[in-house]
Design a binder for this molecule. Sequence first.
Ligand code: FAQ
Length: 311
Amino acid sequence: DDPELLAAFQARIDRGERIEPKEWMPEGYRKTLIRQIGQHAHSEIVGQLPEGNWITRAPTLERKQILLAKVQDEAGHGLYLYSACETLGISRDELFDRLHSGAMKYSSIFNYPTLTWADMGAVGWLVDGAAIMNQVPLQRTSYGPYARAMVRICKEESFHQRQGYTIMMKMAQGTPEQKAMAQDALNRFWYPSLMMFGPSDKDSVHSAQNMAWKIKINTNDELRQRFVNETVPQARYLGLEVPDENLTWNEDKQGWDFSEPDWSEFFAVLKGDGPCNEERLGARRKAWDDGEWFRDGLTAYAEKQAARRKA
Ligand code: FAQ
């Protein structure tokens, strides 16, 4: 890239201007956005699976309606983000192909199983809670279509987070067995939720450049700390224990000191060795293959219409 163009581009970013699809951008900026927005879209789509698992087993009709609506929102977020990603000059077919071949990632969190109904509470409360913590600052990200997508998505995520918390409240105030289920869900989802923010800053390869480009607004550790600070009092309100013996209030930093997740587990999940990686990717590949007849039908219909218009 031409150094003058690069400097002018950086100056626009520094002034807080938004970059729009047809404007010049460095190749690295475009590629990084495709990676991040694409991964984000894939996370929403794969992220439907752990909760989709409970739609048929929701305990009441009302809970079923709410869960169904939430999972549909996730599908919508995925499609919205794929559209944002397409503005960078990559096709949706290519994005799907990269997901199915394992060339692109999705969030590590969705490789964990949802074993009980209380997990629907933990996912909404912790997973959506972590997602919002990361996405609220991204409303100010430098790429216009991504920033605008985040505004709408964050509104829906905050509803998702609250629906999860109300499930946790109901369970925590229920019978001793129900409270134990809530505690068990918190125990299993705590560390995987902390991992959602990415590796610790010293191991985050993309942070420095992405923050300079304002693709990323905060470091991984900053957001993880914010999440812990906000979530610990919520756990206490529920009467549940955060599964961390080292959790202590640090007066100086006005935040909680906490244990790091097991990073070897995180990197294993990223490599494909999490508890549900195969199952999740298998489900997405199957959905793609099963939909082939429908895509073929749509294409044939579109071609017929085009031929008719010409005639
Ligand atoms: N999982 O250098 P960094 C949702 C990878 S919310 C998998 O720190 P970066 C809503 C990273 O890609 C979840 N991979 O990377 C929902 C890189 O690998 P690469 C989605 C991870 O990009 C809720 C390497 O590690 N949200 O879906 C993870 O600067 C409930 C080095 O890391 C977003 O995607 C991880 N957790 O920072 C849906 C938000 N962390 O490509 C359903 C947008 C890191 O070099 C139900 N993304 N990696 O091979 C971001 O903000 C950033 O991409 C980070 C990572 C913060 C995730």
